[in-house]
Design a protein around this ligand. Structure first.
Ligand SMILES: *[C@@H]1O[C@H](CO)[C@@H](O)[C@H](O)[C@H]1NC(C)=O
Ligand SMILES: *[C@@H]1O[C@H](CO)[C@@H](O)[C@H](O)[C@H]1NC(C)=O
Length: 261
């Protein structure tokens, strides 16, 4: 992390800081910095106020800040959330001053999924087990949580779940960390995606069967998009990434959104 690029803007929960990139701060930040936010709900209203007070950049990409681990291929494993959640926490570690380390998706699967494919409380669980160990220090223990067999590389304070259908807030939240989102990945057009802004009106906003990590956003030719990291290897999409249309709840992308704090 480049310390000059960042500035603490607020206290959340028990003294945790939200950081936003230096270049999006405005003068009114000084006032916000004094506020102490106690609950997740007020954390969200804080984000709303923050959105009115910052100059939101027209584009953002956490990859250019060295905060995103390489694309993996989940293969036949159904536990996509374990990969995406571990990725989000790895980014959190780098953004909060650590080196970028791939964290153990096996530990998430063993300790925090409990058979559920979409667990909105996954980051609270990761807090509860004391953070995540590196991929190399925690191999799969086949569903038995072995969080005491290794030392956590990154600790978090829990998760924030955003209210659904608010892509403006997602944009603000993204400036503090990559986001985990659920989507409908069931369309052939998604599976065969190669490049450009993905926009298929047949995509469902309710049949959410897959998860991605949003690492940034931008616009191309008037089409807004999210930069999303998939777990299907680098030969899928654009080197493992997909641009998904932004501000139209494409494939339900704004229905279930969370990130660690
Ligand atoms: C392991 O997880 C349990 C909760 O499941 C927690 O109480 C304990 O502190 C964790 N151990 C370590 C070493 O983090
Ligand atoms: C959407 O679904 C209809 C009916 O199944 C099909 O004809 C059409 O080609 C689909 N559109 C896309 C973009 O896949």
């Amino acid at each position: 992390m480049n310390a000059i690029l960042w500035c603490v803007v607020a206290l959340v929960g028990t003294g945790e800081c939200i950081r936003v990139p230096y270049q999006v701060q405005s003068k009114r930040m000084r006032n916000i910095r004094q506020e102490h936010v106690n609950t997740q709900d007020s954390g969200i209203s804080f984000m709303q106020r923050l959105g009115q007070d910052i100059n939101i950049p027209s584009s953002w990409d956490w990859r250019t800040h060295g905060a995103v681990t390489p694309v993996i291929n989940q293969g036949q494993s159904g536990a996509v959330e374990s990969y995406v959640a571990a990725d989000c926490v790895a980014s959190y570690g780098q953004i909060h001053g650590g080196t970028l380390t791939s964290l153990s998706s096996a530990e998430v699967a063993d300790c925090c999924l409990q058979g559920s494919v979409l667990n909105p409380k996954v980051f609270d669980c990761i807090r509860g087990i004391g953070g995540l160990c590196s991929s190399s220090s925690y191999p799969s223990q086949q569903g038995t949580c072995g969080n005491t067999t290794c030392t956590a590389s990154v600790k978090i304070n829990g998760g924030i779940n955003l209210p659904p259908k608010d892509e403006k807030m997602m944009q603000i939240a993204l400036l503090s960390n990559p986001l985990i989102v659920a989507i409908d990945a069931g369309q052939t057009s998604f599976q065969e995606y190669t490049s450009g802004v993905y926009d298929d009106p047949n995509c469902s906003t309710t049949q959410l069967d897959h998860m991605l990590m949003i690492v940034g956003y931008g616009s191309e030719g008037g089409n807004d998009y999210w930069i999303c990291k998939n777990t299907w290897g680098v030969n899928w999409g654009m080197a493992g990434y997909i641009w998904i249309a932004r501000n139209k709840n494409m494939c339900g992308i704004s229905e279930m959104v969370a990130y660690p704090f």
